[in-house]
Design a protein around this ligand. Sequence first.
Ligand SMILES: [Zn+2]
Length: 538
Amino acid sequence: MTKLNYVLCWLGRYSLLTIIAFGAGAADTAVGQEKPAEPAVKALNNAVLSKLPFTKQDDFQDAARGFIATLPDGLVTGPNGNVVWSQKDYAFLEGTSPDTVNPSLWRQAQLNHQHGLFKVVDGVYQVRGIDLSNMTILEGDTGLIVVDTLLSVETAKAALELYYQHRPRRPVVAVIYTHTHADHWGGVKGVTTEADVASGKVAVLAPEGFLEHAASEGIIAGNAQRRRSLYQFGPLLPKGERGQVDGGLGKTISLGSLSLIPPTDLIRKSGEKRIIDGVEIIFAMAPETEAPAELYMYYPRFKVLNMAEIATHNFHNLLPLRGTEVRDALAWSKHLGEAVETFGNESEAVIAQHHWPVFGKDRARNFLINQRDLYKYEHDQTVRLMNQGFTAPEIAEQLELPQASPMSGRTAVTTAPCVTMPKRSTRNILDGTTTIQRTSIPFPPFRRPKSTSPIWAGRTPSSGAHAKTSKTASTVSWRRSQTSLCLPTRPTRKHAISPPTRTNSSAIWRNPPHGAMHIFMPLLNCATAPLKLAVARR
Ligand SMILES: [Zn+2]
């Protein structure tokens, strides 16, 4: 069996598994009737409101600019009427943030709630909020170039159809995969066919190494990653201010079928150009950043820079909780610096394959500089503290973005805070870069409460009693670390949709990184009833 056949064989099985895993999918239960946020949670969330400039509205203006139309409720269904995607359950995202949600996450969730077809500039359109990622559509002389195809065939098809409802129905002549993660290629058969690619009607472009890494992360380790993705993105959790709020990069992952068509044209080095249907595209490579094989590109005709997933409106995770190759913050900052130098003086707008554009030459350039400095700061400060003798968990607990920095402005408002990030940087520096990491946000060793048992999580039925007596924020972190011991290997819908209990509410809601929130909700539920069951079976 050739490598390609092997990959496609696995892909077929994987699609089936995807449907089985997610088919029960859309969370249709109401958010649980939980207790209010504990005082420590409320105080921490309130403190964020005074630290960051929440009155700034430029992101909201950028996110709304160029809106043309959308699907009602952003709803996409599958062949059996199953819900593949919906924005309906996020209607609660109005007004000011509740006590249970970090205001920064709440703001991000409101921005990601905007969905539909948007015109960026003449000839460049984006479908946003119809899946976790964006589809960018470039209008050529006779046809369309589709940049990234969302995660699911169903959402990709719906996104292209939405475009056709408002623009001329021209054929797709090329597809570009920006990188190896499935939310950027999984929907390809929703916009083209294998036959059209095989006949040469449609070109498929990707960075060198695309298929190898897509197969490695998304297929060979795919089942494990997909299982962990259920925790990272929380698609099965009930939506609400005490449930799933947002995925950071977008709402969550779609629940459709996956496809892949191998690329026909590989981009190998920065500066390579292609003219596709009259549209010149200048490519730049950014390997070992957000993905092991990733590119971004500049469109001179439109004066638009597409940063793929290298520059987004958050502080991107460096060690994804679902388990992927660890990202290199230093390399990331260098590639952003190259983008500033190469394209920063001519780009009138910066777009990406998640989130909304930044319009205006100065604003776009500042956005890139801000992102560059964010990753560089995180890397440098981690190294500084590491050399002072701090361990990764200790660095994570103390490292904050400087208030005086531009980073404390727009980026910090929309970022997942850096509490978990330095653990990733030290890991990258100290441990290498290619392992699939286990999910854990450990507690700093020297601050662990002495009075608590190290084995309560998943072992003793009285674990809830220990947790109930813990009220301080630091102890909340300890509780969180203990519950990381019980990640079940087979998450079920029962785990995912169970409402958080009183004992776990602080651990979830205090912690704004979306992935951590999603993970600890089911984790903490499994720390009670399901694990008692597991113990009883022994
Ligand atoms: Zn993505």
